[in-house]
Design a protein. Structure first.
Length: 388
């Protein structure tokens, strides 16, 4: 009993320590909290005195965290007609590029990945259109082993790092030569409302959890939890209308659907802390699932082809998106912001926007990422069913 309590405390408090570490020490900040939590999780998973007989506890935690985190993060996906203006062509180019690269990559590498090839293709699809939360949701939906998930998500962080370094070093200049260049950001031309939104987004990436120092912040936490319970309850009720074998697909996709509907209601729109609270649960999920991974079960040969599959999808989809953007007359900065939002996830958009010195694509880029995040589970599940 003591080991169980200690384990839960470690899993819940370690992300807070790691976030503090990433903020205080630039080296760890560059590595990122999720990779650090994976490493900690693998270390913890090999401590026999704390792991004996606790696999069931870890499994329960991981199974509970995704249905909680998914709606929290989707509550931030409220979209309006105005938010979609000017991004449709760029979004379509990005999504087509990812889907085409998935199918070509599957044809090239899928036969070598093994029996899990369709699942891996689905996880990559979800991750490159919405990030870790979509990969985690699809892992739960498709019953993918913990070892495969940790391996694939670790590969994703490595390749996405290389992709981001390429963009910041030569990619921006290269794509601005090939695609049309957007007008330079002019602060005077931006409305006061647009400036305020930009500043709020940038500020939110500094320390979003400081809201928990206030009673107002904790009041929002309880409202978020209530909204999550409603979405999960409705989704669970929906599963009763389908055969038992369809429970997990209906449950996860149902949560996604009800959360997206809730995101456009006035009470949920006020829950500005929901995304960051959900992200913290993903941090807990990361260290927990990493502690369940048995690295001795990994197939090195199949793992290499999974890495090549992922590398191919990320960089070939970038090339295809550039070509499609040229045909659809999408400017370079919007293309780059869209690519980063889909492949790296929305939190990375402010970084690349700062590098491009063009705040005009900040909100559109993040909006594209939100749409991709909302579509990721559906798209991944659809591609899985096409490939099996």
């Amino acid at each position: 009993m003591v080991s169980k309590i200690l384990l839960v405390l470690i899993f819940c408090l370690a992300p807070a320590f790691v976030l503090w570490l990433c903020k205080k020490i630039p080296f760890f900040g560059k590595i990122g909290p999720i990779l650090i939590l994976y490493i900690l999780g693998v270390i913890i998973g090999n401590l026999p005195w704390i792991n004996d007989g606790n696999y069931g506890l870890k499994e329960t935690l991981t199974n509970a965290l995704i249905p909680m985190a998914l709606p929290m993060m989707l509550f931030a996906c409220a979209l309006t007609r105005n938010s979609l203006k000017g991004i449709f062509r760029s979004l379509i180019a990005g999504l087509i590029a990812i889907v085409v690269s998935i199918f070509v990559g599957y044809w090239l590498f899928g036969r070598h990945v093994g029996t899990q090839a369709p699942e891996i293709a689905a996880l990559i699809t979800g991750c490159e259109t919405g990030g870790t939360i979509n990969m985690a949701s699809l892992q739960m939906l498709l019953g993918v082993p913990s070892e495969t998930f940790v391996m694939l998500n670790s590969y994703d962080m490595l390749v996405c790092f290389l992709y981001f370094v390429f963009l910041l070093s030569v990619g921006i200049r290269l794509f601005r030569k090939f695609l049309k260049i957007a007008p330079k950001d002019d602060k005077a031309a931006l409305t006061e409302a647009q400036l305020e939104v930009n500043e709020q987004i940038i500020e939110s990436h500094q320390n979003p959890y400081r809201i928990l120092k206030t009673a107002k912040g904790w009041g929002q936490v309880w409202r978020i939890l209530l909204a999550v319970i409603i979405c999960v309850g409705l989704s669970f009720g929906l599963t009763k209308l389908f055969p038992k074998g369809w429970f997990m697909p209906i449950f996860i996709l149902g949560i996604s659907t009800f959360a997206l509907i809730a995101a456009n209601t006035k009470p949920v729109k006020k829950l500005t802390f929901s995304y960051d609270l959900g992200l913290y649960l993903i941090y807990i999920f990361s260290i927990t699932i990493a502690s369940m991974a048995d690295v001795t079960k990994l197939n090195i040969r199949e793992g290499l082809y999974a890495f090549l599959f992922l590398f191919f999808v990320i960089f070939v989809s970038l090339l295809l998106q550039v070509i499609l953007s040229k045909l659809l007359k999408v400017d370079a900065d919007m293309m780059i912001a869209t690519s980063v939002a889909l492949i790296n996830s929305p939190p990375f958009v402010p970084i690349v926007v700062s590098a491009m010195n063009n705040k005009k694509v900040l909100v559109p880029g993040i909006t594209v990422g939100i749409i991709g995040f909302a579509l990721g589970n559906y798209l991944g599940f659809f591609i899985y069913n096409l490939l099996i």
